[in-house]
Design a protein around this ligand. Structure first.
Ligand code: GRF
Length: 217
């Protein structure tokens, strides 16, 4: 099967980018990263891409008077690299409806909560404040509204009684690093179809039991 060509957009340290780089290094993984784009000069993830020999571009939003100008530069770089699927991985700028439309159903994001719960920033602090027993992460297709769109994959993570934000974030991040490569693989294998704004997965392996937190005695 031909490899799906990815573009990854980052703003920061790029640990999810690294998870995708590592997945793509496996010979049987059906995708490869053609370009990494950062909107913040010197973003930590750029060094990860360079270390892996992946072309990078820094397109700093500050250099553009308008959002449209910024985004058309990004789209041009993605198209120039032949990108078929754009992966937002800690990209901290809201994208305009026009950009989202240009890449409709070819643009995914990872968010550190079980959407539709805890959209936006500070999802772990809010989960802790609410005393929920599970949180997690979500990979979803991007729509103009923030943290909305058909869900490809989620991972549920228990919230433990001694957790602070850092401990919970670390547990969720470890799940993110498995969830993003899984979601990209499913898309690359042609197993994801959007119907009625839900992502349907062909031949999905599904868990067969409920998780309890606290566990049943
Ligand atoms: C992750 O928690 C991701 O879910 C969120 O931003 C964070 C990015 O982390 N969208 P990293 O840059 O991938 O390490």
């Amino acid at each position: 099967m031909a490899e799906l060509i990815l573009g990854v957009m980052i703003s920061g340290r790029g640990s999810n980018l690294q998870a995708l780089i590592d997945a793509c290094a496996s010979p049987d993984y059906p995708a490869r990263i053609a370009i990494v784009i950062a909107n913040i000069p010197g973003a930590g993830g750029l060094a990860r891409a360079e270390a892996a020999g992946i072309p990078t571009a820094t397109i700093a939003h500050r250099d553009f008077p308008t959002r449209e100008g910024f985004e058309s530069e990004i789209s041009a770089a993605l198209k120039g690299a032949g990108v078929e699927l754009v992966c937002l991985a800690g990209f901290m700028r809201l994208l305009t409806p026009a950009f989202v439309e240009t890449w409709r159903d070819r643009l995914i994001n990872i968010h550190p909560s079980l959407l539709p719960a805890y959209k936006g920033l500070d999802s772990h602090a809010r989960a802790l404040a609410d005393g929920v027993r599970f949180t997690g992460c979500t990979v979803h297709f991007v729509r103009p509204e923030m943290d909305v769109g058909p869900i490809v994959a989620q991972a549920a993570v228990p919230v433990l009684s001694g957790d602070d934000e850092d401990a919970l974030a670390a547990r969720v991040l470890a799940a993110e690093h498995r969830c993003y490569p899984l979601a990209v693989r499913l898309i690359a294998e042609g197993r994801v179809r959007i119907s009625d704004e839900r992502a349907l997965i062909d031949r999905a392996a599904t868990p067969d039991r409920a998780l309890f937190n606290p566990a049943e005695d």
